[in-house]
Design a binder for this molecule. Structure first.
Ligand SMILES: Cc1cc2nc3c(=O)[nH]c(=O)nc-3n(C[C@H](O)[C@H](O)[C@H](O)COP(=O)(O)OP(=O)(O)OC[C@H]3O[C@@H](n4cnc5c(N)ncnc54)[C@H](O)[C@@H]3O)c2cc1C
Length: 400
């Protein structure tokens, strides 16, 4: 169903935090971006220092559950904060935003043992998660093809299989793995489960690192060879993996989209700065119709995506979330970032494709957004099918 909830102002606290995050990024992160993008030991040390500063300033883990230090519980309210975090590609770790989704999954579907062993250490910065769903042998768009498996014996899960493109596995202390826990004959909605595996478990291996265009998080191929973990490491109910996966994907797509529109806004700001720079003024960029078109189209894409994210996030908050709204918002955010980064690169000329600005990195990230967390084609196909079904049952389409 398309949700029909009312538009509301972001909470005052969220606005305040958004300002603080913006100032933090402007003063402490953006001036250091060139150094951070060189990677290496110095960059890692700098990230750790910035993370400590964000924690001291009360800006770390803002979307964590309240009980674990979070300050914002509404996904819609979080939009104004997340888009500020998203303005730099280095913010995931500094503000703990890339682990908030795992924190919420563990809180919702975990048990006391999971809270103690994984969630609390994560909230205090002593554990890092990653999530393993996609497999090398099969299309990631079809969860029914998942082959990694787990069976319960003598109080332990025995896990076998292989996953790839697992973001951040090289730094993680534990992985949530989506596995098959019953045989093929059973309905797919009862076949998959999520289990938590500490990376030090015997039989767990990082097979190789895979470089992708987006270098902000490293990807790995990992294997499970007779890995054993206690029965209590199961998230939620055995066989409920598809439900949990959909829950995770829904919130995850919106969280990412919020960061992407933030990054798109950064591109728009950079275009504005370039146009009004001495160089842009000499070339009279502000008078050129084609330059105006770049700005107008990027602004349009960002403003539209923000509204779609807001509506979808409100649906999640009010527990009437719609896959249609979430998936449309994800595609709109991805398109906004692709359009804004492409225009910005163009307006910056040779500098835009060089390492002299962050744009060449941003445009690489933008391209991955059309595949990550659901390819354009699979989302379009799913949304189109649901919309056609919707009309069949309702006889009319609703917009808020
Ligand atoms: C930067 C990055 C980070 C990632 N992080 C993680 C992670 O942390 N954990 C994890 O498990 N996975 C991760 N992934 C994997 C990601 O979730 C998958 O790449 C994605 O789900 C698509 O699966 P696939 O790559 O197997 O593509 P496939 O499913 O094989 O699709 C490939 C292409 O086939 C076509 N296609 C597929 N379905 C349809 C359709 N219905 N209609 C028409 N055409 C179609 C499209 O052209 C599509 O792009 C990451 C990927 C990237 C790029």
């Amino acid at each position: 169903m398309l949700s029909e909830t009312k538009k509301k102002e972001p909470a005052a606290l969220a606005k305040l935090l958004a300002n603080e995050v913006r100032n933090f990024i402007d003063e402490l992160v953006i001036p250091n971006e060139q150094q951070l993008s060189r990677k290496g030991r110095r960059a890692s040390r700098m990230i750790s220092e910035l993370t400590d500063q964000a924690r001291s300033a009360g800006l770390w883990g803002l979307f964590y559950p309240y009980e674990y230090g979070g300050k914002i519980d509404s996904l819609e309210d979080y939009l104004v904060v997340a888009e500020q975090e998203g303005r730099t590609v280095f913010s995931h770790e500094i503000f703990g935003s890339h682990t908030a989704l795992d924190a919420r999954m563990l809180q919702k579907f975990g048990n006391e043992t999971i809270y103690t062993k994984f969630l609390r250490p994560m909230a205090s910065g002593n554990a890092l998660p990653c999530y393993a769903m996609t497999e090398p042998e099969h299309s990631g768009s079809v969860p029914g093809l998942i082959r990694a498996s787990a069976c319960l014996s003598n109080g332990n899960w025995h896990i076998n299989g292989r996953k790839w493109f697992v973001s951040n596995a090289n730094n993680a202390t534990f992985v949530t793995v989506l596995v098959r826990t019953t045989d093929d004959e059973v309905d797919i909605r009862k076949t998959l489960s999520m289990i938590i595996v500490p990376v030090e478990s015997q039989g767990f291996k990082i097979e190789r690192q895979i470089s992708v265009m987006d270098s902000s998080l490293k990807q790995s191929e990992i294997s499970f060879n007779e890995v054993q973990v206690p029965e209590s490491n199961l998230l939620g109910v055995c066989g409920d993996g598809i439900n949990m996966m959909n829950h995770r994907l829904g919130i995850g797509r919106l969280l990412r989209s919020m960061h992407w529109v933030g990054l798109a806004q950064r591109c728009l700001d950079m275009m504005g700065a370039r146009i009004h720079s001495p160089r842009g003024s000499t070339a009279r960029l502000q008078d050129k119709q084609l330059v105006r078109q770049h700005i107008a189209k990027a602004y349009h894409a960002i403003a539209s995506a923000r509204e779609m994210i807001r509506v979808a996030a409100r649906g999640v908050d009010t527990q009437c979330s719609s896959n249609i709204e979430i998936n449309i918002a994800k595609m709109a955010a991805s398109q906004a970032l692709c359009a804004a980064s492409d225009s910005a690169v163009q307006i910056f000329g040779a500098e835009g494709v060089s390492e002299l600005t962050p744009l060449s990195n941003i445009i690489r990230i933008a391209r991955t957004t059309r595949i990550l967390d659901g390819t354009d084609e699979s989302l379009i196909s799913s949304v189109g099918r649901q919309l056609i079904d919707f009309y069949k049952h309702q006889g009319v389409y609703h917009f808020n």
